[in-house]
Design a protein around this ligand. Structure first.
Ligand code: ADP
Ligand code: MG
Length: 749
C-alpha cells in the first residue's frame, strides 16, 4: 500500500489492513456438547466434567477412605498416606480414561500468575516399553526448580529447592488445550525450609486463623455447635476485548497490556450507551464459548454483561469458599484470554488499558459461612442479619469485628491491592479512592449512630435490636438499593464488597489480608467481651455485650464513610479524621511491613516476619520492573514509530511549501508546518525529560527510593510526553499515523 505524498504508507497500512480484516470477520460459532442424537446438552449435564470433584471421589474411593479424606480436608490436617495413594490410583484411572497424558502441580507463585510444569504419566518398563503410573508420592508433591520464581530474598539460589505440595481442599481438574490434556493438581509452593513461596499458602493459613477467631467469638456468645467458619468469595471480573488485529499492531498492548499513547476518541462513554447494552454477536459467541469451557471446569459462571466503558465487559460466578473461588478466578483469567484468541480478540485484564476511559476492577464479594453440627444454623451467612434478636446481636458483633479489623488494618488492606496497574485506577474518579473506608448503607449506619449516641431507651441488647428495627433488617436490606459505587469496601446487604482490587490481581493476597484483619478484629472483640465478664452462659441480651458493641462503634467511627468517595471534600475530611491517603504503590506497599501489619500477620500465623518482608520485596520489585518496561516501550514507540512519522510528514509539508513558494504562490502549508514544528520540538523536550528522569531512577540503588522515583518523576514525565504525542495525533495526517487509534480499537469489532 503506498501512502501520502509518495511515501510508502507509514505504519498506517497496518491500521487500515486491520480494519479491512475486521470488516470481514464473522462471529465464530462454538460447538457445544451434544448427545448422540445431536441435541444440545443442558449445562447441568456437562458441568464439572473435567473436575475430579468430591462427588467423583465419593463414587470411586472406598467409603471409609472418602470419609477420612473429607474430614482431613475440613480440618486442614495432614492426609494419611494410604488416603493419598487411593486418591492417586482413582484420579489416574479417571484422567487416563479421559485421554489425559500429563499431570502438573498447579500453583500460584508470587508473580501473581499460575505456574505449571508438565510430566507425562509414563514410567519405563522392561523391553523399552512404558506404562502409565501415578503414585501417592507423585500426587502429594513435586520439586520444581524454585530458583526462577521470586522469593523476595528468602531463598538464595544455592538453595533453590522448592516443593509443590497437593492442596486437597481444591479439586483437581483437566486443562484441555490444543489437543493436549493435562491433569492440574492445585498445590501450594514452599521452600526447602518451609517458607511460603506462593500466594495460596498464606490464604489457607488466613482462612484457618479467621475460623479460629470466629469460633472463639461465637462460642463465647453461646453458639457451641459451631465447627468452622469459612470465608466465602464471589469475584466479579471486568475486562476489555479488543480485536487482535489492533492489539498485535501496538507494541504497548503487546508488552505492557495498556496503551501508553493514544488520544481520546470523539465519543467515549458519555452517552452511557454501553452499560448493560445488548452484547455484540462476536462477543456473545466468545462469552458462550468461554462459559462452556468454564462450566466443564466446574466454575459456576452466572452473570455476563457489558460494562460502563466501550468494549468493556464483566463476568461473575456464584460465590464459593474463598480458597476455591481464588483458584477459579485464576482459571477464569486464563480461559478468558485463551478463548478470546480463538475469536480473534485480545482480552485486556490490565486495570487501565485506556487513559480517560473507565478502568477495570475485580470486586471481591466477601462473607463468612458457618459450619455447625446444629443443622438449624449450619450454612448460615454470618453477615446475614437474622430473624431473632440473638442472631442480630451476633450480626452486630461480627460487624464490629470487621469495623475494628478494617480500621486497624486499613494500611495492610491498601497494601494488598497496590500494583502499578491499580495506581492508574484508584482515585481516578471512576474507581474507589486510595483511602480505605467502609460504607454501611443508610440502615446500618443509622443503627450504628443510634447505638453510639445512646438514642435507644433500653440498654438490653435484645430490646435494642427490636427498638432499632434491626429484626426487620433482612427484608429491608433486600429492598435497600442504596449502593455506593465510590466506596472501596461496601456492605451490600449480606456481604461486603472489596471493590478496590484490580482486575489483573490474584485475589489470594487481598483476601489473605482481609481474613487476617477480620480475624484480628474478632480477637479484639472476644477479648473485650471476656474482659467485660461475658461467658458462654451469658445471655446475648446482656448489657455487657451491648456496651462492647457501643465502644467499638465509637472507636471505629473514623473509618465509616457514606458520602461520595470521589469528591475532594472526602480527601480533606479523611485527612481530618486521620485516615491515610496512599495514592501510589510504593508508599502503599510499605504498609505491609508496618509494625501493626507484621504483628497481626505473625500473631495469626499467616506469614512469618521474613515472609512478610519477602512479599514487600517481590511486590516492590515487580512494580519497578513494570515501570521499566513501560518506559522502554514508550521510548521505543516514540523513537521508532511516532517521531519518524512526524518527520516524514513534516518533510512532505516543507517540500510542498517550498514548491509553492518557488512557483510564486502562497504556501497554505505554513500554518500546519509551524504547528507541527512546535509540537515536535515540545515532544523532543519531553522525551529528554523522560530520559533524564528514568536515568536518575535507574542510578538509584535503594529499591524503595527507586520505586518512589518511578511513581513520581518518571510517571509524571511519561504523562507529559504522552500529552504532547496525543496532541500530535490530533493534527497528523491519518495516513501516516502508525498506531491503532482509540476510536478504532474501542469501537470497531
Ligand atoms: P453487582 O455487580 O451488583 O455487585 P453481581 O451479581 O455481579 O453484583 O455480583 C455479586 C457477587 O456476590 C456474585 O458473585 C455473588 O455470588 C456474590 N455473593 C452473593 N452472596 C455472597 C456471599 N454470602 N459471600 C460472598 N459472595 C457472595
Ligand atoms: Mg459489584
Amino acid at each position: 500500500m503506498s501512502g501520502f505524498g509518495g511515501f510508502p504508507s507509514l505504519g498506517a497500512s497496518m491500521r487500515y489492513q486491520a480494519i479491512l480484516e475486521i470488516n470481514n470477520r464473522t462471529p465464530k460459532r462454538y460447538d457445544p456438547s451434544r448427545d448422540e442424537s445431536g441435541k444440545r446438552l443442558k449445562i447441568s449435564e456437562f458441568y464439572g466434567q473435567n473436575v475430579f470433584d468430591l462427588r467423583k471421589m465419593q463414587e470411586k474411593l472406598p467409603k471409609d477412605t472418602y470419609k477420612r479424606l473429607l474430614s482431613a480436608i475440613e480440618s486442614g490436617e495432614k492426609l494419611d498416606s494410604d488416603i493419598a495413594s487411593s486418591v492417586a490410583k482413582c484420579v489416574k484411572e479417571w484422567a487416563l480414561a479421559k485421554g489425559v497424558t500429563h499431570y502438573t502441580h498447579w500453583f500460584q507463585p508470587l508473580t501473581g500468575l499460575t505456574a505449571e510444569k508438565h510430566d507425562a504419566f509414563i514410567t519405563p518398563e522392561e523391553n523399552q516399553k512404558v506404562i502409565e503410573k501415578f503414585s501417592e508420592s507423585q500426587l502429594v508433591q513435586s520439586e520444581p526448580d524454585a530458583s526462577s520464581f521470586p522469593s523476595g530474598g528468602m531463598r538464595t539460589t544455592f538453595e533453590a529447592r522448592g516443593y509443590a505440595a497437593w492442596d486437597p481442599s481444591s479439586p483437581m481438574f483437566i486443562m484441555d488445550g490444543a489437543g493436549s490434556k493435562t491433569l492440574c493438581i492445585p498445590s501450594v509452593f514452599i521452600s526447602y525450609h518451609g517458607q511460603a513461596l506462593d500466594e495460596k499458602t498464606a490464604l489457607l493459613r488466613s482462612t484457618a486463623a479467621l475460623s479460629k477467631q470466629a469460633c472463639e467469638l461465637l462460642n463465647l456468645i453461646g453458639e457451641k455447635s459451631v465447627l468452622r467458619v469459612i470465608p466465602t468469595l464471589g469475584i466479579e471480573q471486568e475486562y476489555f476485548l479488543i480485536d487482535r488485529a489492533f492489539s498485535n499492531s501496538r507494541p504497548d498492548l503487546v508488552m505492557t497490556g495498556r496503551t501508553l499513547l493514544g488520544g481520546q476518541p470523539p465519543k467515549g462513554q458519555q452517552l452511557e450507551d454501553h452499560y448493560f447494552g445488548s452484547i455484540p454477536s462476536r462477543v456473545l459467541a466468545f462469552m458462550s464459548e468461554m462459559e462452556y469451557e468454564l462450566y466443564k471446569l466446574g466454575v459456576p459462571i452466572k452473570t455476563r454483561h457489558n460494562e460502563v466503558a466501550p468494549s468493556q465487559f464483566e463476568c461473575a460466578p456464584v460465590f464459593e469458599e474463598a480458597n476455591i473461588a481464588t483458584d477459579h478466578n485464576q482459571i477464569v483469567m486464563e480461559v478468558l484470554k485463551k478463548v478470546a484468541q480463538r475469536h480473534n480478540f485480545q482480552a485486556l485484564l490490565h486495570e487501565k488499558p485506556f487513559a480517560g476511559i473507565n478502568g477495570s476492577g475485580k470486586h471481591n464479594n466477601w462473607s463468612m459461612s458457618l459450619s455447625a453440627s446444629d443443622p438449624s444454623i449450619d450454612g448460615e451467612n454470618l453477615l446475614e442479619p437474622g430473624k431473632t434478636p440473638h442472631e442480630n446481636v451476633r450480626f452486630l458483633l461480627v460487624l464490629c469485628s470487621i469495623l475494628k479489623g478494617v480500621h486497624k488494618h486499613a494500611g495492610m488492606l491498601r497494601a494488598s491491592i497496590a500494583s502499578s496497574g491499580n495506581d492508574h485506577r484508584l482515585g481516578a474518579n471512576e474507581a474507589p479512592p486510595a483511602i480505605i473506608s467502609v460504607f454501611l448503607g443508610n440502615m446500618l449506619s443509622r443503627i450504628c449512630d443510634e447505638i453510639e449516641t445512646k438514642q435507644v431507651s433500653s440498654k438490653n441488647a435484645d430490646k435494642v435490636v427490636m427498638e432499632l428495627g434491626l429484626s426487620h433488617l433482612p427484608s429491608l436490606m433486600q429492598d435497600n438499593t442504596d449502593r455506593n459505587r465510590t466506596s472501596p469496601f461496601a456492605f451490600t446487604g449480606n456481604k461486603f464488597e472489596f471493590r478496590a482490587v484490580g482486575s489483573s490481581a490474584n485475589t489470594a493476597f487481598p483476601v489473605t489480608c482481609l481474613n487476617t484483619a477480620v480475624a484480628d478484629g474478632m480477637k479484639e472483640v472476644t477479648a473485650r467481651l471476656k474482659a467485660a465478664g461475658v461467658t458462654p452462659g451469658t445471655q446475648t441480651s446482656s448489657e455487657k455485650i451491648f456496651d462492647v458493641i457501643r465502644e467499638i462503634i465509637k472507636e471505629t467511627k473514623a473509618i465509616r464513610f457514606e458520602g461520595n468517595g470521589y469528591s475532594d471534600e472526602w480527601v480533606k475530611e479523611a485527612e481530618k479524621r486521620g485516615l491515610q491517603n496512599l495514592r501510589k504503590s510504593p508508599e502503599a506497599m510499605r504498609e505491609i511491613v508496618s509494625a501493626v501489619s507484621i504483628k497481626a500477620l505473625t500473631d495469626h500465623k499467616v506469614l512469618s516476619e521474613e515472609e512478610v518482608h519477602s512479599r514487600f520485596n517481590v511486590r516492590l520489585e515487580r512494580y519497578i520492573k513494570n515501570l521499566q518496561i513501560e518506559v522502554d516501550c514508550m521510548k521505543s514507540m516514540v523513537n521508532t514509530q511516532i517521531l519518524p512519522a512526524c518527520l516524514l510528514y513534516h518533510g512532505a509539508l516543507s517540500q510542498a511549501a517550498a514548491n509553492a513558494k518557488a512557483a510564486g504562490l502562497e504556501a497554505p502549508q505554513t500554518a500546519a508546518l509551524k504547528q507541527l514544528t512546535d509540537l515536535i520540538t515540545r515532544g523532543q523536550t519531553k522525551f529528554a525529560d523522560l530520559q533524564r528522569a528514568s536515568k536518575t531512577a535507574e542510578d538509584t540503588h535503594d529499591e524503595y527510593k527507586k520505586a518512589e522515583l518511578y511513581a513520581t518523576s518518571v510517571s509524571t514525565a511519561m504523562v507529559e510526553l504522552r500529552t504532547v504525542i496525543d496532541e500530535i495525533e490530533a493534527v497528523m495526517i491519518d495516513d501516516a499515523w502508525p498506531l491503532a487509534k482509540y476510536r478504532e480499537m474501542l469501537f470497531i469489532s
